[in-house]
Design a binder for this molecule. Structure first.
Ligand code: PLP
Length: 455
C-alpha cells in the first residue's frame, strides 16, 4: 500500500479522445506543449512534481526570508554538510543551474569530460563551455533485455583508457546516479569506488550527478551483496565519501518543486562557482531560492531516505513494469526506481527511425488515454551529422513513463498499464511523425511535428 495518505486533493479533468486529438494537433504533436490540464495522468517527469509532506510544509512556514545569512540557509547547510561530508555547500535554483555554474567556473575549451552517461542539460552546459564530453556506459546498458543489476555502471576499462588518452585535458569525470538517460539504471557502489581510484590516480576530480542518489543507494541495498543490511543513507554516505563533489537537482529524490545544491571541498573551485553564482543566480546563501525552499530541501534530505518510501516506490514502479511485460510490451529491464521505459523501435517495428518511433508512441498513448510520457530517444538524442548530412540515432529509442513521488495511486498506474497494453494490441496503428521544426538545442521542449502522410 501507499505509505502515505492524502489530505489535499487535486481534481483530474477527464477528457475525451476527440478533445485530445484537438489538443495534440494544436500542440504541434509535441506532448511537452500541451497544457497540464489537458493531461489526465502526467508521467512526463518525476522532477519538481512530488507531493510535499506535512513536515516540509511546516518547515516552510517557519522560514527566515532575510536577504543574506538567513537561519534557513544555516540550517540547510548544517544538514547538507553532515549528509554529503563536503565543506562547501552551495544552493542553486535547480540542477541545471548547478551544472551551468560548474561548467562556467571550471571548464575551458579543449577540456575532456568523461561520464557513465551525462543527462541532456549537463552535456549541453559542458559542451557550451567548450568541453568534449564522452559517455562510457557498460555494454549491457545498451541491451534492452540484459539483466545486469547495475546497468548504470561506467565502463572502467574505457574510463582508464580515455583518462590516459586525454592526459592533461581530462578535467572531470561525472557519474550520473541513477542513469536517467539510459533507463534509470543504478550504479554499483563498487563501480563508484573503482572509478574513484582511477580518478585519484590520474588526479582528475570525480563528481556525482546526485539527482537520484537515494534511489540509487536503495537499489544497492537490494542488489549489491556488499550493501546487504545497510540503509540507503549509509550507502549514500559511502558514495559521497568517494567523490570530490556533487551537483544535485533537488526536484527528484530531493522531493522539492524547485531547488538544487552543490557540495565540494576544493576552495578554488568553490570560490569560482560562488563568483559565477553571484553574477547570474543570487547570493551564495540562497542560490536564487527563497528561505522556504531551503527549509523544504532541508527536510527532504532526511525524508528521501525513508525506507518505507523507497521500498514502496521501487515496488510500485516494478509492478507497473511487470504488468507491461506480461502484456508483451517491450520494456527495459531490470526496472529502476523512477520510471518504466518502453522500447519505441520494438513497439513500433513498422516505423523507421526517421518516423521517430518512441515519440510517435508517446503521442499515440496520449490520444488513447490522456497519459503523457517523455521520449528519451531519437528526438532528444538524434544528431544530424554535418559532414555526411545523415542522422545519427541513439542506441535506444525509449518512451519513459516517469512516476512522480507520492502523487499517483496504484489505481492510476493500473489505468496506465491497461492503456499501454491495449495500445500494444493495436500497435500497427501507431502513426509515424516527422519534424516540422527542430531547434538546434534541446529539441524535445519546443520542436513541432506532423503525421507522416498528413492528417
Ligand atoms: C540526471 C539528471 N541530471 C540533471 C537534471 C537537471 O535538473 P533540473 O531539472 O533540476 O535542472 C535532471 C533532470 O531534469 C536529471 O534527470
Amino acid at each position: 500500500m501507499e505509505p502515505y495518505r492524502s489530505r489535499v486533493v487535486e481534481p483530474i479533468r477527464v477528457t475525451t479522445r476527440a478533445e485530445r486529438e484537438e489538443y495534440i494537433r494544436a500542440a504541434g504533436y509535441n506532448p511537452f506543449l500541451l497544457a497540464a490540464e489537458q493531461v489526465m495522468i502526467d508521467l512526463v517527469t518525476d522532477s519538481g512534481t512530488s507531493a510535499l509532506s506535512v513536515a516540509q510544509w511546516a518547515a516552510m512556514h517557519g522560514s527566515d526570508e532575510s536577504f543574506t545569512g538567513s537561519r534557513s540557509f544555516e540550517k540547510f547547510q548544517e544538514v547538507a554538510r553532515e549528509l554529503f561530508g563536503h565543506r562547501h555547500v552551495i544552493p542553486t535554483h535547480q540542477g541545471r543551474a548547478a551544472e551551468h555554474l560548474l561548467a562556467q567556473a571550471v571548464l575551458r575549451p579543449g577540456d575532456v569530460v568523461l561520464a557513465n552517461t551525462l543527462f541532456a542539460t549537463t552535456r549541453q552546459n559542458f559542451e557550451e563551455a567548450g568541453a568534449t564530453c564522452r559517455d562510457l556506459p557498460i555494454r549491457e546498458a545498451l541491451v534492452r533485455g540484459s539483466d545486469h543489476p547495475f546497468k548504470g555502471n561506467i565502463d572502467l576499462k574505457a574510463l582508464e583508457a580515455e583518462l590516459a588518452a586525454a592526459g592533461e585535458r581530462a578535467r572531470l569525470v561525472v557519474l550520473t546516479v541513477t542513469d536517467n538517460s539510459r533507463g534509470g539504471q543504478p550504479v554499483a557502489l563498487a563501480n563508484i569506488r573503482s572509478a574513484s581510484e582511477l580518478c585519484r590516480r590520474q588526479r582528475v576530480p570525480l563528481w556525482l550527478d546526485a539527482a537520484r542518489v537515494a534511489e540509487n543507494s536503495f537499489l544497492n541495498t537490494l542488489r549489491a551483496p556488499e550493501c546487504a543490511g545497510m540503509t540507503a543513507r549509509q550507502v549514500a554516505r559511502e558514495t559521497f565519501a568517494l567523490v570530490d563533489g556533487l551537483f544535485m537537482s533537488m526536484k527528484k529524490d530531493g522531493l522539492g518543486n524547485v531547488g538544487g545544491v552543490m557540495a565540494l571541498d576544493d576552495d578554488t573551485w568553490a570560490e569560482a562557482i560562488r563568483h559565477r553564482l553571484l553574477v547570474s543566480e543570487g547570493i551564495p546563501s540562497a542560490g536564487g531560492l527563497a528561505g522556504r525552499d531551503l527549509e523544504c530541501m532541508r527536510v527532504a534530505l532526511d525524508e528521501m531516505f525513508d525506507a518505507d518510501h523507497l521500498a514502496y516506490r521501487i515496488e510500485a514502479t516494478a509492478a507497473l513494469g511487470q504488468e507491461l511485460e506480461q502484456a508483451g510490451v517491450p520494456v527495459l529491464t531490470p526496472f529502476g526506481a523512477h520510471a518504466v521505459y518502453i522500447d519505441g523501435r520494438a513497439f513500433c517495428p513498422h516505423l523507421p527511425d526517421e518516423q521517430l518511433p518512441a515519440w510517435s508512441l508517446s503521442v499515440a498513448l496520449y490520444l488513447e488515454s490522456g497519459v503523457r510520457g517523455w521520449e528519451t530517444g531519437n528526438v532528444m538524442m538524434g544528431r544530424l551529422d554535418p559532414a555526411t548530412g545523415q542522422w545519427r540515432w541513439p542506441e535506444l529509442d525509449l518512451l519513459r513513463l516517469a512516476i512522480p513521488r507520492r502523487v499517483y495511486s496504484q489505481s492510476h498506474l493500473a489505468y496506465v498499464a491497461r492503456a499501454v497494453g491495449e495500445l500494444f494490441e493495436r500497435r500497427s496503428e501507431v502513426r509515424g511523425l516527422r519534424f516540422v521544426y527542430r531547434p538546434p538545442a534541446l529539441p524535445q521542449f519546443i520542436a513541432r511535428f506532423e503525421p507522416v502522410g498528413g492528417g
